[in-house]
Design a protein around this ligand. Structure first.
Ligand code: NAD
Length: 298
């Protein structure tokens, strides 16, 4: 068997962002200003700082406005909720993103559900989760939506395919399963209590791994020719690169999986770049809906 096709999420996301930027420019002309995303960062977590900087840079590069709010690590929940209330009522803001995780004194669910659903560009609000689950227009979480775009691009119709989603988080696993169900896949959600995961994966035409365990899914789990989407981003020690160095790896053991799969996303360069692209897409969609500017499907 020959090696799998490598699904190039970086190239796909770049083309997607180009299309988003064109539509953002057309929408700006219609509504009199660029679509605007407010990004809220609480505290000094270095990884969150990098993610937020990245999101802001990419938003601006796509011709949208980025409004940054940095709050101290000891910010109270009430102050954060007050800021969200302001942003909800600010007509110049189309999307609101609160970078997770939040410090311990703040209840994440309370904050997520305080964002007005129509500005909830992360798609985490219970109303958007409900809309997605019932097949209504929703803002869909960025990472699973990015996976879906890659799957559609590679496979065309997904109808009737067996899909196994490994992981049941609210931000990846569950919405991924909902999206695949909407595409008429036969969907299985596997998780930490699943018995004999290898057996569960044996008939899967599509495997989406969102576990957070480096290289757990080996080629033995993959049906020959299956499409493998590796959502995992794990930092593992890489002494071969020097003392204290790390490398990024997925939840899939790439070397053994690439020899069995029909197609596979690499880490890095697979799902990761799609997440930010889909955040831009959601910001554009949210702005277009708020101003009744017609459908903005991308
Ligand atoms: P999470 O920790 O919230 O959920 C992990 C899930 O894996 C859980 O539902 C758990 O039941 C399941 N799990 C744990 N051990 C298992 C096992 N042995 N067998 C089967 N299932 C098991 O994680 P998450 O937020 O969903 O993220 C998952 C991975 O995706 C992480 O590596 C994260 O860094 C990555 N991620 C990447 C992006 C991206 O942009 N590419 C975005 C979000 C998350």
């Amino acid at each position: 068997m020959t090696d799998a096709t490598i699904i190039d999420g970086k190239a796909f996301s770049e083309a997607l962002v180009t299309r988003i930027a064109e539509k953002a420019s057309a929408l700006s002309a219609k509504i009199g200003r660029p679509p605007a995303l407010a990004v809220v960062l609480v505290g000094n977590d270095p990884a969150s700082g990098v993610y937020v900087r990245n999101k802001i840079e990419r938003t601006t590069a796509a011709g949208m406005t980025s409004i940054e709010h940095r709050l101290e690590a000891d910010t109270s929940q009430d102050s954060l909720l007050a800021l969200i209330d302001d942003l909800n009522n600010d007509d110049a803001v189309d999307g609101i993103l609160v970078q997770l995780p939040l410090p311990d004194q703040i209840d994440e669910a309370a904050v997520i559900n305080a964002i007005t659903p129509d500005k909830d560009v992360d798609g985490f609000h219970v109303v958007n989760a409900g809309r997605l689950a019932t097949g209504q227009d929703a803002l869909v979480p960025c990472t699973p939506y990015g996976c879906l775009l890659l799957l559609r691009d590679h496979l065309g119709s997904l109808s009737g395919l067996n899909a196994v989603v490994i992981g049941r988080s609210n931000i990846v696993g569950k919405p991924m399963a909902q999206l695949l169900l909407q595409e008429s896949c036969t969907v299985t959600i596997a998780h930490s209590r699943t018995r004999d995961l290898q057996d569960v994966c044996a008939a899967a035409d599509i495997v989406v791994a969102a576990v957070g365990r480096p290289e757990m899914i080996t080629g033995d789990f993959i049906k020959p020719g299956a499409t493998v989407i590796d959502v995992g981003i794990n930092r593992v020690p890489a002494p071969e690169r020097g003392e204290g160095k790390f490398r990024l790896t997925g939840d899939v053991d790439y070397t053994s999986a690439v020899a069995k799969a029909g197609a596979i996303t690499p880490v890095p360069g697979g799902v990761g770049p799609m997440t930010i692209a889909c955040l831009l897409r959601n910001t554009l969609v949210a702005a277009a809906r708020r101003f009744d500017a017609g459908p903005m499907e991308i």
